[in-house]
Design a binder for this molecule. Structure first.
Ligand SMILES: *[C@@H]1O[C@H](CO)[C@@H](O)[C@H](O)[C@H]1NC(C)=O
Ligand SMILES: *[C@@H]1O[C@H](CO)[C@@H](O)[C@H](O)[C@H]1NC(C)=O
Ligand SMILES: *[C@@H]1O[C@H](CO)[C@@H](O)[C@H](O)[C@H]1NC(C)=O
Ligand SMILES: *[C@@H]1O[C@H](CO)[C@@H](O)[C@H](O)[C@H]1NC(C)=O
Length: 453
């Protein structure tokens, strides 16, 4: 965000002579904290909002859901990370825009992918919040249309009691499907990974959503090997020229001269700046000259670049709008703009951007780490049969297999047999019985429509 604002401040093309300011509040993934800050700001009480600005305790989280407060019409929101399809409802959220695609598309894309690999019998786990519940509901609708059946669908949230984790483990162990769809945010996934590893839950093919599938913290979690071979949808790879250099150069961060820099620095280097009360004596002193290029984290490898790009586009969207409002003569383009790296940015009537996803496969490397390999693309702007494209590559599947796993309730009925649905079971489960005398099935997978001879 600072990078984008500095660029705009420097620019003579966009908002010439106008400098932008900013205020940043860290919500620490806490909905309570988000509500408090938002309400204070809406009431024009900036002081009160700042008072909530204590450092985050525990790790700092990305927020995947959004405030569900109505009547906040006069504020413009541009989110870089809230994906719930519910936010496309313009009656409830008239001034909400975003630079990350709606899960309306992600859920459909997931269902198409499951169908593509021939999995008609799958299990599902979802985060028990707006993200998981809404996303999974749309997935189930689409999957049902495509002839896919769910063996189970279970909610989970990281604060759940041990019984819920136990229930999930038992359900998976007692299931016959081999593919599990995880519409789970990366924070809940962190907890699940450890639990699954603890119960040695190997051999399942995981299918994931953008929140965890390209999260390097999840891929480094203890027990991450459980998820080797996972496949899922990720925010498209992106490059913002100059951003890496900006982030790795301490000066811009330091010159923001604030708590943000100190908190980031202390967390990154596990040190502490001279505080009045030196309570945490166990930590070494920060010098401020620690070398950011020498550390290994998601900032250094820039795995968060696609998310940073969404923030970058969001700031520019605001700047372009201001530029238009203030008056830009013939150079005005209300609809859309292009970033300096050539990406076209626009919002549709629901405030959503174009929906494109990379398809990512978790391929284990010799040293035990995971490589996120891009193996395809989903582009919702194309006709439905062309939206999903999987490259002709060798994928790595669960158990390090090179074969696409099979996850069906019943196998295809052989020649000369036909399907008979099992009572009380989903349509994907059936028995194959030999054709009666005088009947013939000359095609595998025949239902009940038969040719009388
Ligand atoms: C942009 O310019 C304004 C005015 O000079 C300044 O206060 C602000 O810090 C600048 N922002 C960035 C990110 O450089
Ligand atoms: C803005 O301009 C200053 C001075 O020329 C330069 O040092 C800085 O890198 C520029 N910032 C960005 C983000 O382009
Ligand atoms: C420092 O310690 C004193 C006594 O323990 C306490 O009253 C005070 O609030 C502390 N100040 C800060 C900034 O933590
Ligand atoms: C099965 O029989 C029908 C009707 O005779 C014929 O049209 C169709 O091509 C046959 N299918 C196969 C796979 O032989």
């Amino acid at each position: 965000m600072l990078f984008a604002i500095e660029e705009i401040n420097n620019s003579t093309d966009i908002l010439p002579g106008i400098k932008l300011g900013y205020k940043l509040y860290d919500l620490c993934g806490s909905i309570a904290r988000a509500v408090k800050v938002a309400l204070s700001l809406i009431n024009g009480n900036e002081e009160m909002a700042s008072m909530s600005e204590k450092p985050c305790s525990g790790s700092s989280y990305k927020v995947t859901s959004f405030l569900n407060i109505q009547n906040l019409y006069i504020f413009l929101y541009v989110s870089h990370f809230a994906t719930c399809a519910c936010l496309s409802n313009k009656v409830r959220y008239p001034s909400f825009l975003r630079t990350i695609p709606s899960d309306y598309y992600q859920s459909r894309a997931l269902a198409q992918m499951v169908k593509h690999f021939g999995w008609t019998w799958v299990g599902a786990i979802r985060s028990n919040d707006d993200y998981g519940n809404n996303g999974m509901a749309i997935f189930i609708d689409t999957a049902t249309e495509l002839g896919i059946c769910l063996e189970y669908s279970l909610p989970f949230i990281r604060t759940d009691p041990p019984e819920q984790k136990q229930k999930i483990i038992e359900t998976i162990k007692g299931s016959t499907s081999k593919v599990i769809i995880a519409f789970v945010n990366h924070m809940d996934m962190d907890v699940l990974i450890e639990e699954f590893a603890h119960h040695n839950l190997t051999g399942y093919q995981w299918v994931g959503t953008e929140s965890w599938i390209s999260d390097s913290q999840n891929a480094q979690a203890k027990g991450h090997y459980i998820l080797d071979g996972s496949i899922g949808l990720a925010i498209r790879k992106a490059h913002v020229t100059g951003l890496r250099e900006f982030i790795l150069d301490v000066k811009p961060l330091n010159s923001s001269g604030n708590k943000l820099f100190i908190e980031f620095w202390e967390k990154t280097f596990g040190c502490i700046f001279n505080h009045i009360n030196q309570t945490e004596k166990t930590l070494k002193q920060c010098t401020g000259y620690e070398d950011l290029t020498q550390i290994k984290n998601s900032f250094h490898d820039m795995s968060l670049m696609p998310i940073f790009n969404n923030v970058y586009k969001a700031v520019y969207a605001v700047a372009h709008t201001l530029h238009t409002i203030i008056g830009c003569g013939d150079t005005c383009n209300l609809d859309r703009f292009k970033t300096k790296d050539g990406e076209e940015v626009y919002f549709n009537q629901y405030g959503d951007p174009a929906a494109k996803y990379d398809i990512i496969n978790w391929q284990p490397k010799k040293d035990g780490s995971v490589e996120f390999v891009t193996v395809g693309l989903f582009d919702a702007s194309l006709p439905e049969e062309k939206q999903l494209h999987i490259d002709n590559l060798t994928l790595t599947w669960a158990n390090n297999s090179k074969q696409v796993p099979i996850s069906v309730c019943s196998g295809t009925c052989a020649l000369g047999t036909r399907k008979v649905l099992q009572k009380g079971k989903p349509v994907c489960c059936y028995d194959c019985i030999p054709c009666a005398e005088g009947e013939v099935s000359n095609k595998t997978g025949t239902k009940a429509r038969l040719k009388r001879m």
